[in-house]
Design a protein around this ligand. Sequence first.
Ligand SMILES: [Zn+2]
Length: 529
Amino acid sequence: MVKRYLLTGGTIYRHAWDEHPAEAMLIADGRVAWLGAVQDAPASDRVVDIEGSTVLPGLTDAHVHLLAVGQARKQISAARPDSQSLGAYLQRLQEVHESLPADEWLFGGDVNEQLWPEKRMPDRAAIDAVVPDRPVLLRRFCGHVAMMNSHALEALGLRPETADPSGGQFDRRNGALTGIARERAAEFVFRAAPRPADGEIAKSTRQVMDDLSRAGVTAAVDAAVGFTFGFEPEWAIWQLLRQQGDLPLRLGFMAQIDPGTAEELSLEPGRDPWWQWRTLKIFVDGIIGARTAALHGRYHDVVGSGHLMHDLADIQDFVHEAHRRGWQVAAHAIGDRAIDVIIGAIASAQAACQREETRHRVEHFGFPDPSAFQRAAELGVIIVTQPSFIPRMADAWPIALGDQHHRCFPARSLIDAGLCVAGSSDSPTGALSPWEGIQAFVTRRTASGKQMAAQETLSVRQALDAYTNGGALAMQHNGWRGTLITGMAADFAVLDKDPFSCSSEELGRITSRLTVVGGRTAHDPEGIW
Ligand SMILES: [Zn+2]
């Protein structure tokens, strides 16, 4: 017998644009069965009073590294108040080192040298000075740079004569390794270092999902299965989580493998409402922070224009093959050159092979040429952006890009160009809470309080739309999830504040009192349901 729950006593927004929110919502069989005024409510088995709260469709985090966030939490974080300089962070590494059993590796994370007065990353010599006799591996907050001491270089077999992998670099000074590895060299390092047991990784990943649920998120896409430990080990951990069951989120996955490897592993695009497996991830370029994002022009502060992660022909092949075999492409592209390369590749793949549902994704769209908006819109491309990069990084963009920095991470001009925009955290690089992203969409305030490109601010409705409807579209869940109209999945959040009337400071701190996915509670600390 299906139970009918009547949610009442609050304000229920069917979607971000709802001008006449409902007073009551009936939920039956995991779906929205009815909405309207309290006095018209149909019969129900149970009335759930939400005591004046605001209800929104469940949010989607369209790009988050769930597994990596769980791992980053175990590392010695450089983002703590007691690590506000390189010197202070090195001192903490030394203290932790003295308390650790011998032979254990020391792992650090969240390194962002731009926030330190020294403005430089710890290299081999700096780490050796505080931890000479155990391997130390540090991760830049972006995940694209690794820092090691001599012991770690030795343990991983890295020597001055070690060749750079294509798309990556081991930094050198006078022929010696500095201990800093970038892009695919960093990827090699993270995969080769020892890792915790699968069960432990699964447990910390599950905690991250619960934290998203606490913020009102009901669906998330892991943005690169394979980014931290390699594809096969990570996919095994996800299978373990699936077997454990009772997941608080609908999940989507981007596999960081090429279409040929997917075929060798007998993987084909597939989906069910809880588990979506239809997206292949390619890194077209790097990031602004490491000066590896591929630009048409030059960086402002260093010689160079960044670089593509693969040969141009390989990028085109990847997109053509993935498209032809029915995959959704999710392409990391930040520099204007990388963005033009991926738009060109998608255009030629779509011209060569007509397909239903050809909404490919461009992740970040960080520093686009203004001409890219229209071209991307014509292709139906979804832009998955990370507004919380503004408070975390934007103060450093003028250093890298000079007076062109105002072009970084646009939002309103994407919408004006008719593009579909999905909001996301890219945590651990960005803030995990979608509300910090929504706040940044609206304010565009940097850490130092400056407003970055005021003309790109969004209204609260536009920002919420990107995290509800936009996120559902990115996962191609539109049509059954992302709004609360009759017949849609009962995925919603009962919020502790009203985002339409609270201050912008409060907006960034909103949490969910009750999160329901498919009519089932995922987060209900007060026992409301
Ligand atoms: Zn990412």
